[in-house]
Design a protein around this ligand. Structure first.
Ligand SMILES: *Cc1c(COP(=O)(O)O)cnc(C)c1O
Length: 404
């Protein structure tokens, strides 16, 4: 069906609902779901032209699919980039960046407190292909500078980080990368374009785990890379067609529906996390709260500037305890006493989730890597959802109040 073209200059909240709505001939109001592996061609000559990329048209869903391209166009519009490519998971989006932007002999500088699998992928798997990675403290721009080498091609940052909520200064890293002829990639899964649009601060590539906030309701996995057409469509598009890291059309459709409520959810969760952070700070059995939305946080000013004045929905706190064993036992006691929060590694969900990073998301790191990342045995991560906050406070008190 021929669509009216949207006017230019729409606000992100409008784009989240209206951008790239694909409709079939029937004019359904909701985005169409094209659940098909291949597309029938009108004749052999058209098929030949389409396979040769001489004429637009869908051929095979590993190459492209209308529902998937809706998701890509909507996310690119929200991030303010020229293009986006959707992938099966957040990790395959990061793999796509590494496989298309790097070759043997290249070097990456990355923050040391990233998502555990990202550290394993960039620091471990890529080494087998001759790509080396230096991990540095993400808050220390001097450390990033010192790690740069002539063969550095990529700076990779995740901000805010999981689970401590530390920030990278995107504008400073973009300047550093570009001065060395390197690219800056930013994992924006935690903030989402509602809080932070890394492109505005100079990032070249923006990576998403759509599994987290874009879906927001724990239903499906997906990922994406956003950036300029020359990198995303030409380099990554060609690789995708060969390598098949594609998202399923159904999952892309889930992402489209999730993005419609993204802004409302992220703002509500962020307000909830700020209230929980204040409340936890005042609790006698909590040793420390890590949340950039608190004015006492070392990077509060940067957080407000870079994240639209909000801290995001994820916070972490250390329970009291004298030894690593006591800390772990106390953290486990708090987690096991909850009856509302979900004990699960997902985050950015409408359901509040609670985890022990040292034994789950960061469990595959060595004790040394965990120490450097600041992930102690007493640390608990809370991703605040949309339940009533009084119920979440009561849920945490069940365990916290009895700690010694
Ligand atoms: C979960 C996550 C990933 C990986 O995404 P998947 O969809 O689980 O593959 C990458 N980066 C961050 C910041 C994440 O939280």
């Amino acid at each position: 069906m021929t669509e009216r073209t949207l006017p230019a200059g729409l606000h992100p909240d409008t784009l989240a609902v209206r951008e790239a709505v694909e409709r079939s001939q029937w004019g359904e109001h909701s985005e169409a779901l094209y659940l098909t592996s291949s597309f029938v061609q009108p004749d052999a000559a058209t098929a030949a032209r389409r396979f040769a990329n001489e004429e637009p048209g869908y051929t095979y869903s590993r190459t492209s699919n209308p529902t998937v391209s809706s998701f890509e166009r909507r996310l690119a519009a929200m991030e303010g980039t020229e293009a986006a490519v959707a992938t099966s998971t957040g990790m395959s989006a990061i793999l796509l960046v590494a496989m298309t932007m790097l070759k043997a002999g290249d070097h990456i500088v990355a923050s040391q407190s990233m998502f555990g699998s990202t550290i394993k992928l960039l620091g471990g798997e890529m080494a087998r292909f001759g790509v080396s990675t230096s991990f540095v403290s993400q808050t220390d721009i001097g450390a990033w500078k010192a790690a740069m080498r002539p063969e550095t091609r990529l700076l990779f940052a995740e901000t805010p980080t999981n689970p401590l909520g530390d920030l990278c200064d995107i504008a400073a890293l973009a300047e550093l990368a570009h001065a060395h002829g390197a690219l800056l990639a930013v994992d924006n899964s935690f903030a989402s374009p509602v809080l932070q649009r890394p492109r505005e601060f100079g990032a070249d590539l923006i990576v998403h785990s759509g599994t987290k906030l874009l879906d927001g309701q724990g239903r499906a996995m997906a990922g994406a890379v956003c950036g300029p057409k020359a990198l995303v469509e030409e380099k990554m598009g060609a690789f995708m067609r060969t390598a098949g890291l594609n998202v399923a059309p159904f999952n892309a459709w889930i992402m489209l529906k999730g993005m419609e409520t993204l802004s409302l959810r992220v703002k509500a969760m962020s307000a909830g996390a700020l209230e929980m952070a204040h409340w936890l700070e005042a609790h006698p059995k909590v040793a420390r709260v890590h949340y950039a939305g608190l004015s006492t946080h070392a990077q509060h000013a940067l957080a407000m500037r870079q994240q639209s004045g909000m801290g995001g929905g994820v916070l972490a706190f250390d329970v009291i305890g004298d030894t690593p064993e006591a800390l772990r036992a106390n953290a486990f006691a708090v987690i096991d006493s909850t009856r509302v929060c979900s004990i699960t590694a997902n985050l950015g969900d409408v359901k509040t989730t609670i985890t022990h990073p040292a034994s789950t998301s960061h469990g595959r790191l060595t004790e040394d890597q965990r120490q450097i990342a600041g992930i102690g045995q007493g640390l608990i991560r809370l991703s605040v959802g949309l339940e009533h906050l009084e119920d979440i406070k009561a849920d945490l008190c069940r365990g916290l109040d009895n700690l010694s």
